[in-house]
Design a binder for this molecule. Sequence first.
Ligand code: MV4
Length: 451
Amino acid sequence: MAELFKKVLIANRGEIALRVIRACRELGISTVAVYSKADESSLHVKLADEAVCVGPPQARLSYLNAPALLSAADITGADAIHPGYGFLSENAEFARLCKECKVTFIGPTPANIDSMGDKAEARSIAKQAGVPLLPGTLEPVPDVNACASEAAKIGYPVILKAVSGGGGRGIHVVRNEEQLRGSFDRLSEEAKAAFGDPGMYVEKYCESPRHVEIQVLCDKFGNRLALGERDCTVQRRHQKIIEEAPSPIADEDLRKRMSEAALKLCKAVDYENAGTVEFLVDSDRQFYFMEMNTRIQVEHPVTEMVTGVDLIKAQIRIAAGEKLKLTAKDIQIKSHAIEARINAEDPVRFRPCPGKITALHVPGGFGVRIESFVYDQYTVVPFYDSMLGKLIVHAPTRAEAISKMRQALDEFIVEGIQTNIPFLKKVFAHPRFQEGDFDTHFLEEFMLKNE
Ligand code: MV4
C-alpha cells in the first residue's frame, strides 16, 4: 500500500475546511489550516494542528493567493494540499504550481481541469466518447452571424453559453433570431470581462429539465467507479439550495445508463480523483451531458450517506497513489439522503446577512448530520459566501427523509442573524417537493411568486 501523506494543508475555509481536517485526523495525517485576517476566530483554525495566516480578508489576497498558500505549505512541511471547493479547486495553473513545488494537489490533473474547464472542448470530448449531448456546437462560434446560422440549424429556443463559464454563469436563453442578434455581442463581451475569454457556444434549450449529476471516483491505475446520482434541481439563480440522493426520477436503469456515460467521459480524459458529471434530464427522462466539475462538491455528503463511502478520504487515498478497492457491486443505493444549505441571508430578499450569532442550537439524532463551521457567539464575516453549513438527513425512504428534515429544521435555532431556515421549511412543506414533482423552475414558480 502506498504511504499516505504526513501533513495536508487545507487551502480553504468554512465547513469544507473542517470536513477535510476531520478526514485527515481519521487517516492519521496532520493538518495545516490557512486563514485570512477575517477568519482568525474560525473553527478550522482551532481544529487544525497548525495554522498560517495567508493574507487580508479579500479572497483574492488570501484564499486565492497561490504564492502565499505554497509558502505556507513550504514552511510547515506539508506534502499535499486539499483545495476544497471554490477558490483554487478548479484552477489548473495552481495544480501545476503545486507539482512544481513538489506538493501533491489532492484533485484531478491539470490537464483534466483544463479539458473540462473549456465547456465546448468538454462537449466535444463527450461527443467523441459517445456521451449523449443536446444538439449544438462543439466549438465556439466565431461571430453573431455564425451563431445565428447554427441556431437556425438547431431550432429555437437555444441557449448561449460562455466557453469558460459554468455553473450558470455566462448563459442566456434566446427564443428567436432577433433576440440572438440583440444579445450575442454583449454576452461575448461579458464573458471576456468575467472569464478572460469571449468564446461562446450554442445549444438547444431544454425548457423544464432536472439537474442530475453522477459522482465518480477514479484512481491513477484506470479503476473508475460511479457512486450514483444526486438531484440538484432545487436551485435559485443557479445557487443550489437542496440536493438529494437518489434522484426522485431515477430508477436502476437510468442510474446505470447515466453512470456508464459518466465513466466513458472519465475514461476519455483519463480522469483522476473525485469528479461530478452533470446532466440535464428532460421530461421524457432523456439525459444530456452539461459539464463536468473537477472538484469535490458542496453536496457530496448525500452521496456519502447513501453509499457509505467517505469521499474526502477517498480523494486523499487516490492522490497518495492508492488503488480504488471499491467496485460497482459495493455501491448499492437503498436509502435516501437530503441536504439543505443553511445560509446567512434574509429570508425574503435572499441578501447575505452577516453578523454575530447570539444563540445557536443545532439539531441532532439518528440520521441527522451537520457540516458547519459556526458556533455560538461566532461573528459571520461578510467577505465570503453566505453558507453557514449544511444539514443532511438520512433515512430508509424519501418520505422519511423529508419528515426527518422537517423535524430537524424545526429544532434549529440561530439567533442574532437571519437565515434561510424559514424558507427551507416552506420548501419541504410544499406538496410538489414532497411528490418529487418539480423542475429547475420550481423555486421561482411555486415559492417566490405565489408566496
Ligand atoms: C441548460 C438549460 C437548458 N438547456 N442548457 C444552468 C447551469 C449550467 N450548468 C447549465 N444550466 C442550464 N443549461 C440547455 N441546453 C438549463 C439550465 C438551467 C439550469 C440547469 C440546472 C439547474 C438549474 C437551472 C436553472 C436554469 C437553467
